[in-house]
Design a protein around this ligand. Structure first.
Ligand SMILES: Nc1ncnc2c1ncn2[C@@H]1O[C@H](COP(=O)(O)OP(=O)(O)OP(=O)(O)O)[C@@H](O)[C@H]1O
Ligand SMILES: [Mg+2]
Length: 456
């Protein structure tokens, strides 16, 4: 059964059940009121008969009693018959008025009136009350009520049916669209979206589906990037090593000193490539640790300024070769709570990026600022450059693994990297309890800022 049919059937059943309950309650109340009215009418009839008997006894007029009873029969159609028995001086004089109808539900009642002035005179009237006639007004009003309830029920059922069809229609169409979307995702069309705006559960479901689809597309892209990075970053240094080895062998075989020098130069190149390979494998191992939640940093009070100087010194030859200089603008030398090796790794990644994306005419610097925040003292460290910057869309996915901006393919000479550096930076900084954020725009340079707790 479809959701649409289920919802309509359930709504109609609910309406029928509530209507039946409402009708049952109303009829019950109506019956109780009717029963009270019938009893009152029966009491009034009995009073009227007794009154007529008393009058006739006082007037000593048997005929008057009969004509009054006749009048009562017209007034109260429930009065079915009356047997009158006059008693006088030990004699009885019966009178009859009407006969009980056959098949009618008639209950008999009795009125006995003695003459207060003459003890041997009395009149006794046995009269029948037709219960069906007595209760007929009650039954009529009950029928009227049932007719009204049925009409109200029919109208609400129609309105309910239309509303249920409307709600079920929109629900079914969204679920259908989600089903189509899930089918497309299962066929590999990752990243598809469904446009639907509402604050209810359906809206939430659609939003979750859209996020899931985007996330799957991102994971798929990361997987593709991973495969191409691994292939490239393994193949190119290994290829270099493989091609330099026979050349070195050839040069070493020559007695020429110039050839020997070239062989040494080739050995240096092999070393650079092995270092590159080593760095890539270390990065991959770090990523595996992060993914498994096993990246641990042991925090100790560390003097920050010497770490910066050491890293800048490490980059000096490379920066000089690029026609750049890394400016040290570290303000003071506060103690920070840090894992020295990991903080060094963060600085190395950030300065390597700054040098990679800054042309010879530009500037690269490191600056610090001390801030009180979240009840503690923090050191904010910024690695800035005046380089090529990046597009907003690249900035948005900067800290995701294997994500590289368009600026890599456009303007990086030499090894392009794998897009793991900032992902590792973020994980390390967060392990230190700090935060990392980036500001960048095309042609306006980049500033990456991270925070470390000051050791107080
Ligand atoms: N200082 C910067 N200026 C411009 N773009 C940057 C800068 N730093 C990072 N990016 C952009 O962010 C991307 C991700 O940087 P990340 O350090 O994670 O990877 P990578 O440098 O490309 O490779 P890897 O660090 O693994 O060798 C870069 O590819 C680049 O597009
Ligand atoms: Mg990098």
């Amino acid at each position: 059964m479809t959701i649409r049919a289920k919802l309509i059937v359930q709504t109609v059943l609910l309406q029928i059940a509530s209507l039946l309950l409402l009708s049952y309650g109303s009829i019950l109340v109506e019956r109780q009121l009717g029963e009270k009215q019938s009893q009152r009418a029966e009491g009034l009839l009995k009073e009227a008969v007794a009154h007529a008997a008393t009058d006739a006894l006082i007037q000593r007029d048997q005929v008057q009693l009969l004509s009054y009873l006749n009048f009562l029969k017209v007034q109260y159609p429930a009065l079915s018959y009356a047997h009158v028995v006059w008693r006088r001086g030990g004699k009885t004089f019966p009178q009859e008025l009407g006969e009980p109808e056959t098949g009618a539900r008639v209950l008999e009642d009795r009125v006995f009136v003695p003459d207060p002035s003459q003890a041997d005179r009395s009149v006794e009237i046995s009269f029948g009350v037709d219960q069906d006639v007595l209760r007929s007004p009650m039954r009529e009003s009950e029928h009227r009520m049932i007719r009204v309830l049925l009409m109200v029920g029919a109208v609400t059922a129609l309105v309910g049916l239309a509303l249920a069809a409307l709600v079920a229609g929109s629900l079914a169409s969204t679920l259908g669209a989600l089903g189509v979307m899930a089918g497309q995702i299962s066929e590999g069309r990752l990243g598809v979206r469904l446009e639907w705006e509402s604050d209810d559960e359906v809206g939430k479901l659609v939003r979750v589906f859209n996020v899931m689809s985007e996330r799957l597309a991102e994971l798929d892209l990361a997987k593709k990037n991973f495969v191409s990075s691994v292939t490239h970053e393994l193949r190119s240094p290994l290829g270099a090593v493989e091609s330099f080895v026979p050349l070195i062998r050839e040069k070493l075989a020559s007695p020429d000193t110039a050839a020997q020098a070239t062989a040494r130069e080739y050995l240096d190149r092999i070393q650079v490539n092995v270092q590159r390979l080593n760095r890539f494998i270390t990065d991959l191992l770090d990523v595996a640790k992060i993914e498994q939640g096993k990246m641990e940093c042991v925090l100790r009070p560390v003097e920050f300024a010497p770490v910066v100087s050491e890293v800048i010194q490490f980059f000096e030859p490379k920066a000089r070769a690029q026609g750049l200089q890394v400016e040290n603008r570290v303000d003071g030398a506060p103690l920070v709570l840090a894992d020295t090796d990991r903080v060094r790794q963060v600085l190395v990644n950030l300065i390597a990026n700054a040098l990679k994306f800054t042309p010879a005419s530009g500037r690269v610097w490191i600056s610090t600022e001390q801030v009180r925040e979240r009840g503690r003292r923090w050191l904010y460290i910024t690695v800035g450059d005046s380089g090529r910057g990046m597009e907003a869309s690249d900035l948005a996915r900067l800290f995701k693994p294997f994500s590289q901006g368009r600026n890599v393919s456009e303007g990086v000479a030499g090894p392009k990297g794998t897009g793991l550096g900032l992902y590792i930076v973020k994980a390390i900084v967060e392990q230190h309890g700090g935060r990392v954020e980036a500001a960048s725009a095309p042609g306006q340079g980049t500033r990456i800022t991270f925070s470390l707790q000051a050791a107080e």
